[in-house]
Design a protein. Structure first.
Ligand SMILES: [Zn+2]
Length: 413
């Protein structure tokens, strides 16, 4: 009875590179060595010797940074010109297949964690934990009003206190990670208006309260000034977009900006867009952009807690790895590049509840790593020069290749 049990320890992997941004700092560390055991980072140091028996991957010239975290994506929207129509035409299996492609595209582009703030019929929940996809935090279908913004996703609540609480409880029973509620209308849904609230302040408060009763965060899609104010007053943990939309312009009252900052309500800035010649935003949006950018700057200066949530999937300029484009836009708002990088790594991980294992290159954290060619603090465009992506320790095939895995046949309809 003395048969020895041999536990085979997996081989360690050591990534060597020229620079490291650890997700929290303000400068790059030279000559990093990041040691990975399975899916976890076990050691990080500068100029360290390679541990015995580790496989060394030399990414000379590259900078390592944590895999990117996007706090607001839609895997169910396919980033086509008509994502709502395309989704409506898909069966459940087809929708799932498209969502997997979207997740793979995110991963190839260095986005290793996404928070899906609106799927159809809870489909994203089944994709959580699946190898070959980013880590997914899922809201399921957003809670909305009958015929309200994104009602076609399946999250319609009867507009009464009992109805709203029941809708939140259904989401809880289905196992969502967060409650997303459509506090105002949105562009993707004709017949809804961005400048108008969808719920009364009382119903918004009931939804947030019901989420909190079940230990979940609630974040509110809020363009309208009144919806932003109602969301803050309701105690929403987060606000998405925060565009201060009025019927004909944008108007951000100073006291509301200060309240958002004082309460540290999480502001999910809808930043990040792939520049595409000939793809101009609609005139109503274009006219408001300079004002929205100015208001982002005001929120930043007031000390608001801001992260990048791109709304990836809602159009061709918003593919599922678009968060790489957020730091350049954050720079235009006046935010320093190291801070912009924290907003798409450690700060983003923290606001989505994964700050203990995502968004940093540090011992004990998941081995989610993006390697790029150059210095991402000096130049945000470096983020698009991808050398390698690791997700929970596994090298992502075709990293940096946007269209890999899309068979030509599938593209021809
Ligand atoms: Zn969205």
């Amino acid at each position: 009875m003395t048969t020895p049990t041999v536990t085979e320890r997996g081989r360690l992997t050591a990534l060597r590179a020229t620079w490291l941004f650890d997700g929290t700092g303000s400068a790059l560390t030279p000559d990093p060595l990041v040691v990975i055991d399975g899916g976890t980072i076990v050691a990080v140091d500068s100029g360290m010797a390679v541990p015995d028996g580790a496989d060394v991957i030399d990414l000379g010239g590259a900078a390592l940074l944590p895999g990117l975290v996007d706090t607001h994506v839609h895997l169910a929207f396919d980033a086509s010109a008509d994502p709502v129509g395309a989704l409506a035409d898909r069966s459940e299996d087809e929708a799932l297949e498209a969502m997997i492609r979207a997740g793979q595209a995110a991963l190839r582009g260095g986005v290793t964690t996404v928070r899906d703030l609106g799927d159809r019929d809870y489909l994203s929940l089944g994709l959580r934990g699946r190898p070959g996809l980013p880590t997914i935090v899922a809201a399921g279908p957003p809670v909305t009003t009958p015929a309200g913004h994104c009602h076609y996703l399946g999250g319609v609540a009867e507009p009464t206190e009992a109805g709203v609480r029941a809708a939140v409880r259904e989401h809880v029973e289905r196992g969502v990670d967060i409650i997303k509620i459509m506090a105002s209308g949105g562009t993707l849904t004709p017949g809804t208006y961005q400048h108008l609230p969808q719920f009364t302040p009382e119903l918004l408060r009931a939804a947030v309260d019901e989420a909190h009763r079940h230990g979940l965060q609630a974040t509110a899609h809020a363009h309208a000034v009144a919806s932003i104010a109602d969301g803050v007053a309701a105690g929403a943990d987060g606000l998405e977009h925060v565009s201060f939309w009025t019927e004909d312009s944008v108007d951000a009252p100073a006291e509301l900006i200060q309240l958002i900052a004082d309460r540290q309500t999480i502001v999910g800035l809808t930043v990040g867009m792939v520049p595409m010649p000939g793809m101009a935003p609609p005139p109503a949006v274009r006219a408001r952009i300079p004002l929205m950018v100015a208001n982002m700057r005001r929120m930043y200066e007031a000390g608001a807690l801001m992260v990048a949530g791109t709304d990836a999937g809602i159009g061709p300029v918003k593919p599922h790895d678009v968060v790489r484009h957020a730091p350049a836009m954050l720079r235009d708002i006046g935010i320093g590049q190291a801070e912009a990088l924290r907003m798409v790594t450690s700060a983003a991980a923290t606001v989505i509840g994964l700050g203990h294992r995502k968004g940093r290159i540090a011992p004990g954290f998941d081995a989610d790593i993006l390697a790029v060619d150059g210095d991402p603090i000096a130049d945000p465009d470096v983020l698009h020069r991808i050398r390698a992506v690791y997700a929970r320790g596994a090298a992502v095939p075709d990293a940096g290749v946007p269209d890999a895995g899309v068979s030509p046949r599938r593209e021809v309809r």
